[in-house]
Ligand binder design. Structure first.
Ligand code: 5GP
Length: 173
């Protein structure tokens, strides 16, 4: 185990307070990135004390199951327009940063009033493009993690803590 249920609960509460403070007079739309951010966004949403809408995007990054290539395909786009609105992208984890870099450029082109990022986890050592992440849950070392929404081959999303996946875990699991 890398991050316990209690640590997750506490940090998500802190992020909720911070975001509520920063977006008090804004027109907040949280954009959850499917599928990994589902549990995080659901918990974060319940900690917000300001009006907010949620929308979702699904992207797939070409590459192996542990490395993204930066070539991103949109599998599901937002349902509503974000023009003139204050967008907060909610991610599970920023690794190389390539996926988020693509996503930010894509959403920026739709003329939101502002665009910021909230990521539960970040692996700074692995970064290949610098991206400003306004809200970070936890910085973690260069290791592959699962749980609290994060998967490996679609498994482990249901763990209510974040765990390191051993290097020798079979890709089929
Ligand atoms: P990036 O484009 O920043 O390299 O990768 C971002 C995406 O790769 C994340 O949204 C997530 O889906 C996946 N990813 C990166 N690192 C991990 C990890 O340690 N565990 C899991 N389960 N997914 C990861």
């Amino acid at each position: 185990m890398l991050i316990s249920t209690e640590q997750l609960e506490q940090r998500v509460g802190e992020l909720g307070l911070e975001i509520s403070r920063d977006y008090a007079d804004k027109d907040l739309v949280m954009v959850g990135v499917l599928r990994g951010a589902v549990i995080f966004i659901a918990d974060l949403l319940r900690q917000l004390e300001v009006p907010c809408e949620i929308d979702f995007m699904a992207v797939s990054s070409y590459g192996s199951s542990r490395d993204s290539s930066g070539v991103v395909r949109i599998l599901k786009d937002l349902d509503d327009s974000i023009t003139g609105r204050d967008v907060l992208i909610v991610e599970d984890i920023v690794d190389s940063g390539l996926t988020l870099n693509y996503l930010m450029r894509n959403l920026q082109a739709r003329d939101p009033a502002s665009i910021e990022v909230c990521s539960l986890l970040t692996k700074p050592e692995r970064r290949r493009v610098e991206i400003p992440i306004r809200y970070v849950g936890f910085e973690i070392p260069n290791t592959f993690v699962v749980g609290y929404g994060l998967d490996y081959g679609q498994h482990y999303r249901n763990l209510d803590y974040v765990a390191e996946l051993p290097d020798d875990t079979e890709p089929s699991l």
